[in-house]
Ligand binder design. Structure first.
Ligand code: ATP
Ligand code: MG
Length: 790
C-alpha cells in the first residue's frame, strides 16, 4: 500500500500525496475549491483500510449530504475493490440518529422517536403561538423557529437560555414560554427536531461517559468534509468523539470483555481518535444557520499538534474560470490569501448576458444549453444555479417549451408534498403512538366529519386526564360527541391499533413489511380511494404521488430486507436537498447555489446576478452578509469545469411585482477581459444577439433598440463601479412620463402592436396589461418597456 505503485496514489500531486499518507492525531487540509479535498479524504479512508491500519468499522467519515456519502462509499469501493461494510460514511444527522436509536434508553428516548422536519416544527410552534396569543406580540412561526434553531446549534436548551434571559422584558418572557412549551411538546410526542439530533447526542456523551467511551473506542479515525460549514453543536460532537478514554474506564471496558488492550497506551488510556478535517473558509455559506468557519481558523488551537496541508492546484476548472473566482473572493478581507491555479489552460471566456427580463434570460439559457448539446455535451453535464427558488418558474417554463430535459434538485421536495406527508403521518402514527402531530394530521384526512372543535375537545380531554391523544381517541365514546363523529374517531383508532399489531415483532405471522403496512392503512382509511375518486385534476396527481410512495416502500423492502418501519421513516426524514440528484439521468440540473456545494459540472449557468438576488436583499442588514453572499458566488463560479455563463435581467418579476434590476456589485469584480458579453436582442440591434434570437423580426426598430453602448461592448478595461453600472442600466429606456390609458394602441420592439386593456400600479411601478395583435397578452412595466404610443 505504501509503494508508489498503489493505485491509491495515482496521479496525486506532492501535497495531496502528503495529505493521503500523513499519520498523526490531527490533520487540517485547507484549500480552495476543486483542489481535491474530497478526493484526498476519500483516498485517506481507502488507504487506512488497504494498509490494515484500520478496520472499516473503525472509520467515521462525515459528509455534507447523503448523496456525498453514497459517492464516497462508491469511490472507496472503486479504490479497494471491496465493499466497505461496517464503515460509517454519513452526514452528521444520520450518524447521530444511529447513535440515538441505539442508545435511546440512556438518552431517555424511545427507540421509535419521530424526527420533525422544519415544517413539522413550524406547525407545532404555530399552535403554541396561537394558544398563547403570542402573534399579537409579533411572534411568527418562522422567526421563533429560526431563533430556537440558532440556540440549539449553540447547544443552549430552554433552561440555560432562561437563566440568562432578561425576564423583565415581556418579549423575552414570552419567547422563553414558547420555547419551553415547544420543548415539552416534543418530549411528549417522543420527537426530536433536526437540531436536536446533534445536540442530544452531545448531551448524551457528556452525561454518560460510558456510552461516550463505546464510540471513542470504536471510531479510531474520524474524517470531516466541508468542515467550514459545521456549527458549534457539530464541532462539539467531533470534540466529544475524539477525546481519549481514561485509563480507569478503559480497564473497566477490558474487564467487561470489550477488548481494548491493544488500543491502550503506556498510561492505560485509549488515546483520542485521529481527526482529519478538510475545508475552505471561502466556501462557508451557512453562517445564517450558525455555521462558523471559526472552526477552521481555530482548529490548530483546539487540536494541538495539528498538521496543516495546503493544496493550491485546481483540477476542476479552466484558468479563466479560476481567475474570475480568485478576483471575486479577493474582495473579502479577513481571509487567508490563496491563489488557485490550473494546468488546464485558459479555456473559453466566460459568457455574460444581460437579458431584458427573466423570460429572456431563461430563453438565453435554453438556447445555450441546446447549442452545447448539439456540440456533444450531455445534458447531465450542465447545471443552472440561482439564488432563490422563485427564479425557477421562468426557467422551467422556457425549458419545457424548448423541450430541454431538466430536473429541479431539491425544489418542492417529494416528501414535503401534502399528500405524501398525509400518507407518512399514518405510518408515523403506527410507529410512534405518542406523536400527536401525526395523529392530528390524519384525524380528518381524508374527511370523515371530525371538525376542529372535536379536535380541540380531544386535546383538552387528553390534557385534563393526563392521557395521550391516541388514548383520548380510544376513550372518546364518553365525550358525548354524537354517534357519527364518535364512530369515525373509533374507526380510525382501531385502524391504527390493528396496524400496530401487524408490526408487532411477536406477531406469529412475523411483522409485516412497510409496503404491506402502507397499503393496509391506505385501504383502511380510504385516503387513496378518495383522491382517485375526485374530479379535481390535482387530486389525480396526488394519487399518483402516493402510488409512487408505495413503490418506494417496495424498493425499500427489497433493498433492506431486515429493516423495519422506523428505518424507513428515518431514511425519509434524512433525505437532504442534494440527495435526489440522479446523475445517471440525462437531464440538466437546476438548483440553488446552496445546494450546488461540492458538486461540479462541465457547464454552469449562474443566473440572476443582480443586486437584491446576489447579494440577496435579506443579507443587507446582516453583519458579514454581503461577504457571505460573495462566498456563495464564489462557490457557484467554482462548480464549472469548462464553460461558465453569467446572466442577469434588467427587470425581474418578484412577488407579482416587476422591478428594475441592477447588476450585482460582484460582477464588476471580475476582470472585464475574462467575460465576453452578449446582449438581449430586445435591447440592441441583432449584432450581438444570440443566434436564434437574432432572427427575430423587430417591428418598429428605433426607440429602445437603437441606443448605443450595449452590454455587448462592455468595458474592455475595468471601469469605476458606478460608471459600469450606469452603462448597463443606460440600456433601460425611461418612459417615466408616458401616460397610458385603456384603449390606447402601442408598439413594442419585440411584440409588435397591441392594445392597452388596463393600467395598474403607481408611479415607477405602473404596469400596462396589453393584448398584442400577434404576441398574446403581456404585462409590461411602463417605465422601462421598449414601447411607444401609436
Ligand atoms: P470543493 O471545494 O468544490 O468541494 P474539492 O477540493 O473537494 O472541491 P474535489 O471535488 O476532490 O475537490 O476534486 C475536484 C476535481 O478534481 C474532481 O473531478 C477530482 O476528480 C479532480 N482531481 C483532484 N485531484 C486530482 C489529481 N491529482 N489529478 C487529476 N484530477 C484530480
Ligand atoms: Mg469537496
Amino acid at each position: 500500500p505504501d509503494g508508489p505503485q498503489s493505485p491509491l496514489f495515482d496521479g496525486l500531486n506532492p501535497q495531496q500525496l502528503e495529505a493521503v499518507k500523513y499519520r498523526g492525531p490531527a490533520l487540517l487540509i485547507v484549500a480552495g475549491a476543486g483542489s481535491g479535498k474530497t478526493s484526498v479524504l476519500t483516498r485517506r479512508v481507502a488507504g487506512l483500510i488497504e494498509s490494515r491500519e484500520a478496520w472499516p468499522s473503525q472509520i467515521l467519515a462525515i459528509t455534507f449530504t447523503n448523496k456525498a456519502a453514497a459517492e464516497m462509499r462508491e469511490r472507496v469501493r472503486g479504490l479497494l475493490g471491496q465493499a466497505s461494510d461496517g464503515m460509517w460514511i454519513s452526514t452528521f444527522h444520520s450518524s447521530c440518529v444511529r447513535i440515538l436509536r441505539r442508545e435511546a434508553e440512556s438518552a431517555g428516548l424511545s427507540t421509535n422517536f419521530s424526527i420533525y422536519d422544519s415544517a413539522d416544527t413550524k406547525v407545532t410552534i404555530k399552535r403554541i403561538i396561537k394558544q398563547l396569543d403570542a402573534d399579537t406580540m409579533g411572534f411568527t412561526p418562522g422567526n421563533v423557529a429560526s431563533k430556537i434553531s440558532k440556540l440549539k446549534n449553540e447547544l443552549a436548551d430552554v433552561d440555560s437560555y432562561a437563566r440568562n434571559a432578561n425576564m423583565s422584558d415581556p418579549q423575552e418572557v414570552m419567547f422563553v414560554e414558547i420555547f419551553r412549551q415547544y420543548t415539552r411538546r416534543l418530549r411528549e410526542a417522543s420527537a426530536l427536531d433536526f437540531d436536536d439530533l446533534i445536540g442530544e447526542t452531545v448531551f448524551l456523551f457528556r452525561a454518560f461517559p460510558k456510552v461516550a467511551a463505546l464510540y471513542r473506542r470504536r471510531f479510531r479515525h474520524i474524517l470531516v468534509d466541508e468542515y467550514q460549514d459545521t456549527n458549534h453543536a457539530q464541532y462539539a460532537l467531533v470534540r466529544e468523539l475524539t477525546r481519549p478514554v481514561e485509563a480507569e474506564l478503559a480497564d473497566d471496558m477490558e474487564d467487561q470483555g470489550l477488548h481494548v488492550k491493544n488500543l491502550q497506551d503506556a498510561t492505560g488510556r485509549i488515546p483520542g481518535a485521529s481527526l482529519t478535517v478538510v475545508g475552505d473558509s471561502d466556501q462557508s455559506i451557512y453562517a445564517f444557520r450558525g455555521a462558523s468557519s471559526r472552526n477552521i481558523t481555530e482548529f490548530e488551537r483546539d487540536f494541538p499538534g495539528t498538521k496543516v496541508i495546503l493544496l493550491e492546484q485546481n483540477y476542476r476548472s479552466t484558468q479563466n474560470i479560476l481567475s474570475a473566482a480568485n478576483a471575486v473572493i479577493g474582495n473579502n478581507f479577513d481571509r487567508r490569501e490563496k491563489r488557485l491555479w490550473s494546468a488546464g489552460g485558459d479555456g473559453e471566456k466566460i459568457v455574460g448576458y444581460t437579458a431584458y427580463n427573466g423570460h429572456d434570460e431563461a430563453q438565453f439559457v435554453a438556447d445555450e444549453v441546446e447549442a452545447l448539446h448539439r456540440k456533444g455535451m450531455a445534458y447531465r453535464d450542465m447545471a443552472v444555479f440561482y439564488r432563490t427558488n422563485a427564479q425557477t418558474r421562468a426557467l422551467e417554463e422556457i425549458l419545457v417549451r424548448a423541450a430541454v430535459p431538466y430536473r429541479v434538485v431539491g425544489g418542492t421536495k417529494f416528501y414535503e408534498r401534502a399528500e405524501i406527508k398525509d400518507a407518512l403521518a399514518y405510518l408515523i402514527a403506527v410507529a410512534n403512538p405518542q406523536d400527536e402531530l401525526a395523529l392530528r394530521r390524519i384525524l380528518n384526512t381524508p374527511k370523515r366529519g371530525i371538525g376542529p372543535a372535536t379536535e380541540t375537545q380531544l386535546g383538552s380531554f387528553a390534557e385534563t386526564n393526563g392521557i395521550s391523544f391516541r388514548q383520548a381517541m380510544r376513550d372518546s365514546g364518553g365525550l358525548g360527541l354524537g354517534p357519527k363523529v364518535t364512530g369515525a374517531i373509533l374507526k380510525l383508532a382501531t385502524l391504527l391499533d390493528s396496524a400496530a399489531l401487524m408490526m408487532d415483532p411477536q406477531n406469529p405471522a412475523g411483522p409485516a413489511n412497510v409496503s404491506d403496512l402502507l397499503t393496509y392503512l391506505l385501504d383502511g382509511s380510504g385516503l387513496l380511494a378518495v383522491l382517485r375518486g375526485s374530479r379535481d385534476a390535482q387530486d389525480e396527481v396526488r394519487a399518483e404521488n402516493i402510488e409512487e410512495l408505495v413503490a418506494q416502500t417496495k424498493d425499500f423492502n427489497r433493498e433492506n430486507p431486515d429493516a423495519g418501519l422506523v428505518d424507513f421513516l428515518t431514511q425519509v426524514s434524512l433525505v437532504a436537498a442534494a440527495d435526489d440528484l440522479d446523475d445517471a439521468s440525462g437531464t440538466v440540473s437546476l438548483m440553488t447555489l446552496h445546494t450546488a456545494k461540492g458538486l461540479e459540472y462541465e457547464a454552469v449557468f449562474l443566473t440572476g446576478i443582480e443586486e437584491g438576488l446576489l447579494p440577496h436583499q435579506m443579507s443587507a442588514g446582516e453583519p458579514g452578509g454581503p461577504a457571505e453572499e460573495r462566498r456563495l458566488f464564489y462557490v457557484g463560479i467554482t462548480r464549472a469545469r469548462q464553460r461558465l455563463y453569467l446572466s442577469l435581467a434588467m427587470t425581474r418579476a418578484q412577488f407579482g411585482d416587476v422591478n428594475v434590476a441592477m447588476p450585482s456589485r460582484y460582477l464588476q469584480e471580475i476582470p472585464a477581459d475574462l467575460i465576453d458579453w452578449k446582449q438581449s436582442p430586445g435591447m440592441a440591434n441583432s449584432r450581438g444577439g444570440t443566434q436564434s434570437r437574432a432572427l427575430n423580426a423587430r417591428p418598429g426598430g428605433g426607440g429602445f433598440g437603437s441606443r448605443s453602448g450595449t452590454p455587448g461592448q462592455l468595458p474592455p478595461a475595468p471601469k469605476p463601479k458606478t460608471e459600469w453600472a450606469n452603462r448597463v442600466t443606460a440600456q433601460v429606456r425611461d418612459n417615466g412620463d408616458l401616460t397610458l390609458n385603456p384603449g390606447d394602441r402601442i408598439r413594442h420592439v419585440d411584440f409588435g402592436d397591441g392594445r392597452v386593456n388596463q393600467v395598474t400600479g403607481e408611479g415607477t411601478k405602473r404596469i400596462a396589461h396589453v393584448q398584442f395583435d400577434t404576441s398574446g397578452a403581456k404585462k409590461l412595466l411602463i417605465k422601462i418597456a421598449p414601447i411607444e404610443k401609436i
